[in-house]
Design a protein around this ligand. Structure first.
Ligand code: B12
Ligand code: SF4
Length: 549
């Protein structure tokens, strides 16, 4: 690839694909595919108890922070905002970031650039780049597969091996639950930190592992615990946070780095909370005490079927592991795949029941989905089992199969998936309630722990539990009677336990805030019933900026 003739003087626009997202349209937006993490694929069946929030497009934020050229990040634009930005700022390079479902939007954005800013070079990156033959589907000059910082640095003639500068990123925005938008206070939301991309485990369906090199490979931005600690300290002081959403596909797999981080946290007395993704085999490299001392407060873990052969699950009793983590105050987000090769209409109900029986705090269900670039996709293609007439906009694991399953039809794949979400909600209650259970267990176990960092962390959680969360329990126990009276009784019992632990404040908040929350929950329920959806705001952020002459 020839570097750009202007090098670091080139003016760059980095944009995510345009919205609105949560609606059906000709560019590939789908009502069932909102720009939300939890409501899209985790708490989607939980009605007004669903956790709603948006996450920024971290890939382009990271690229912007690591080049010296004047660069604008345009996140969640409308088509009009994208057009306006193109005509007002004479960009030399327009970078578009996208995943596969949004390829129709990338096509349209490329068309718009050619029309409105004909001198711009168009660069397309992100997971969309793995689509075979993409160059014939969109009008772009460069399609970048894999890691983008080093590519962009190379393209601008900059040092691609320079250390990675981590931007300060607030992990979630406009958080909303039970009809209430939570106030966005400084330090109130975790910061996102991205130690690496890819995962060496190389599960056959895994698109992120495949995109960054596949089995045995990944790209580390920060090799050691020391490096990570320094980055986190910088972000802590800038954003005033004590919790971090660690966006690393398998953070705990890299034990030396995690333990190095723990040592530095101990030396500096940091009472941080870490939400991480980790496979079961990686979690088991640690004692519960190590996890707790490291501040692990949330684990996102694959719970594929006990009959699957994934290496990450070997020798693991997943139900037992989940229970143990929760008993130590660590919230568990399970992720279960529906439609594995061995699934049949006869055994799938049992497999879903067993996943639901793990009683995680949150549970994501996803259809087994061959995605371009993965070994699974290649295998399905070789076997002639890919359904060729499925729109990319519908290949996201939350709708219907995009391949011929041996035993389960495409229509039934959706039925089983929808049922799994519903079943988890009906049997285990709202995730917010389950989180409260875990938080109480953590508090009871660690409130007198000798390490003040650990005590402080659980004290922070207990403050929430005895406050607004207890009012939420009061509402959930009422509202859930309509769904499952046994769970409602369990919520009631938990509330009494919380009130026993914090007799004055917890009772006071339940009595004062409870009725208001009940009202907002019911109002939200009717809003949702009338089809109301949420969209993220547009962000425009310029760095190293010099106005166009
Ligand atoms: C945060 C996130 C989201 C956020 C939104 C992010 C956003 N603003 O777009 C939310 C939660 C809303 C979301 C939603 C969805 N997501 Co999502 N999401 C992620 C997640 C967890 C992290 C993304 C991230 O920041 N990674 C870290 C950064 C550094 O990596 P990166 O984005 O890949 O960027 C690097 C390169 O790709 C490249 N690059 C990226 N952009 C560009 C642009 C240019 C110009 C260049 C040169 C390079 C480049 O450089 C970057 C640095 O190396 C990933 C999983 C993952 N681990 O990546 C899934 C992931 C991206 N999501 C995925 C999917 C499928 C979805 C959904 C369809 C939900 C679903 N059913 O699973 C929806 C779609 C919503 C919609 N309407 O568009 C898939 C994409 C699969 C694919 N092959 O396309 C992923 C990979 C998860 C997975 N393993 O399946 N998601
Ligand atoms: S362990 Fe998780 S992140 Fe790693 S390859 Fe398997 S599915 Fe992907």
């Amino acid at each position: 690839m020839e570097p750009h003739r202007k090098g670091s003087r080139a003016r760059i626009l980095l944009s995510s694909v345009f919205g609105p997202y949560a609606q059906d349209d000709e560019f590939g937006s789908r009502a069932i595919n909102p720009m939300e993490l939890y409501h899209n694929q985790v708490t989607r069946a939980q009605g007004s108890f669903s956790l709603r929030m948006f996450h920024r497009s971290w890939g382009i934020m990271l690229i912007q922070a690591n080049i010296s050229a004047p660069c604008c990040v345009l996140d969640f634009p409308t088509r009009a905002a994208f057009a306006r930005e193109l005509v007002t700022n004479q960009y030399d390079i327009v970078g578009i970031s996208s995943i596969m479902v949004n390829v129709g939007k990338v096509r349209e954005m490329c068309r718009m650039v050619r029309e409105l800013s004909p001198n711009s070079v168009i660069v397309v990156g992100g997971h969309v780049a793995a689509i075979p033959g993409l160059e014939t589907m969109i009008d772009a000059d460069h399609i970048v597969r894999g890691e983008g910082i080093s590519w962009m640095r190379r393209y601008l003639g900059e040092d691609e091996d320079a250390p990675i500068r981590h931007p300060s990123i607030v992990s979630g925005l406009q958080t909303r639950i039970m009809g209430v938008r939570l106030p966005q206070q400084q330090g109130g939301t975790a910061a996102t930190i991205i130690p690496s991309v890819g995962c060496p485990m190389g599960c056959n369906f895994c698109t992120t592992s495949a995109f960054f090199g596949g089995k045995g490979k990944f790209i580390n931005f920060y090799e050691t615990g020391d490096e990570l600690f320094d980055v986190m300290c910088g972000i802590e002081s800038e954003l005033k946070v004590s919790s971090f959403f660690v966006m690393d596909e398998n953070f705990l797999l890299h034990r030396a780095r995690a333990i190095g981080l723990l040592q530095r946290m101990k030396q500096a007395g940091k009472s941080w909370e870490l939400a991480v993704f980790a496979s079961a085999n990686a979690i088991q490299k640690y004692t519960m005490l190590e996890l707790v001392e490291l501040g692990i407060s949330w684990v996102w873990m694959g719970l594929e079927s006990p009959r699957s052969s994934y290496q990450k699950l070997q020798d693991t009793d997943i139900g037992q592991l989940t229970r143990e983590l929760r008993e130590h105050g660590i919230r568990v987000q399970g992720s279960t795949i529906i439609g594995l090769e061995h699934h049949t209409p006869d055994n799938i109900v049992q497999e879903i029941e067993s996943a639901v029986g793990c009683q995680t705090d949150f549970h994501q269900f996803m259809l087994y989905t061959p995605v371009p670039g993965t070994p699974l996709y290649q295998q399905m293609a070789d076997q002639g089992r890919l359904l060729t007439d499925v729109d990319f906009a519908d290949i996201h694991g939350q709708y219907k199969f995009n391949f011929q399953h041996d035993a389960i039809s495409r229509e039934d794949s959706k039925r089983f998936l929808d049922w799994a979400f519903l079943r988890d909600f009906e049997c285990n209650g709202p995730s917010l309630y389950r989180m409260c259970q875990t938080m109480l267990q953590g508090w009871q176990r660690y409130k007198n722990h000798p390490d003040s960092r650990v005590r402080e962390r659980f004290r922070r959680q207990a403050k929430k539990l005895s406050g607004a969360y207890n009012a939420a329990l009061w509402v959930m126990e009422r509202e859930f009677k309509k769904v499952n009276r046994t769970v409602s009784a369990q919520i009631h019992k938990l509330r009494l336990e919380v009130e026993k632990e914090f007799p004055i404040i917890a009772r006071f908040t339940a009595a004062s805030l409870g009725p208001i929350l009940l009202w907002s929950t019911r109002r939200e329920e009717s809003r949702l019933a009338s089809g109301h959806t949420y969209e993220p705001p547009t962000f425009v952020e310029r760095r190293n900026w010099i106005a166009a002459s």
